[in-house]
Design a protein around this ligand. Structure first.
Ligand code: PEP
Length: 255
């Protein structure tokens, strides 16, 4: 039985004061939610404060990105060693970094290896664009992103990665993938993970769906075989909404 997981990506939202207030609201709203791994990923500058506000709550804190090098002349960047002690997870390969900031698969793979080497859990995001979907390439694109992002890792290391399937056309659009499409894609993700590692590894890995998840669609997504959790953007900024989504996935733990 895989433990469900619900993660919030706050993106470039919240001032320090707002992040602190949101962490405190989440702490209260999520306290009744049991059996779900909970993660929030605030902006870098709020990591220390949010970690403090959530200490002892069972809610993990992650970063939204990291540089693959440990240190050096990379103005404005944040390295993995800088995150240790502040974050347990790091989102890598988010579509906004792939498509708006030009990150490619080989850079993302370097980051994944670097994060694992530091004991940080990568949340590796993969997903196709609308053009790729409409031209029948969705599964091939996602399989390629997985193979590239996990290149050079053995089954044990792959098993320490959390994979999030996030179709680009569903992120921030209010147009979530239907449960049927999401399940089909995430079944294909698990198949690819089996091919890249081992059936036991792939079966043990929680897979997250991301793209316009909200309290109204979470239960139907959570009912799908291969959707173990969610990576939530917009709705993670409202404590009651994030808690409702987490509760929907808690039902999965109970079944
Ligand atoms: C995301 O940022 O990863 C995301 C899925 O955003 P949203 O939930 O707003 O679509």
């Amino acid at each position: 039985m895989r433990t469900p997981m619900v993660a919030g990506n706050w993106k470039m939202n919240t001032t320090l004061a707002e992040a602190t207030a949101l962490a405190e609201e989440l702490r209260a709203a999520l306290s009744p939610v049991k059996g779900v791994g909970l993660l929030v990923c605030p902006p870098f500058v709020s990591l220390a404060t949010v970690s403090g506000a959530l200490a002892g709550s069972g809610i993990a804190v992650g970063a939204q990105n990291m540089h693959p090098e440990a240190k050096g002349a990379f103005t404005g960047e944040v390295s993995g060693p800088m995150l240790t002690g502040l974050a347990t997870h790091v989102i890598l390969g988010h579509s906004e970094r792939r498509h708006l900031l030009g990150e490619d698969d080989s850079l993302i793979a370097t980051k994944v290896r670097s994060a694992l080497g530091l004991g940080l859990t990568p949340v590796l995001c993969v997903g196709e664009t609308l053009v790729q979907r409409e031209s029948g390439k969705a599964e091939a694109v996602v399989a390629g992103q997985l193979a590239a992002g996990l290149a050079g890792l053995d089954a044990g290391a792959i098993g320490r990665v959390v994979v999030a399937y996030e179709p680009v056309w569903a992120i921030g659009t209010g147009r979530a993938a239907t449960p049927v499409i999401a399940q089909a894609m995430m079944g294909a993700v698990r198949y690819e993970l089996t091919r890249l590692s081992h059936v036991d590894t792939a079966q043990s890995m929680p897979l997250l769906y991301g793209g316009s998840v909200n309290p109204a669609n979470a239960a139907e997504l959570a009912a799908q075989e291969d959707i173990d959790g969610a990576l939530v953007g917009g709705a993670s900024l409202v404590a009651a909404q994030f808690a409702a989504i987490a509760t929907a996935f808690a039902a999965r733990a109970a079944r």
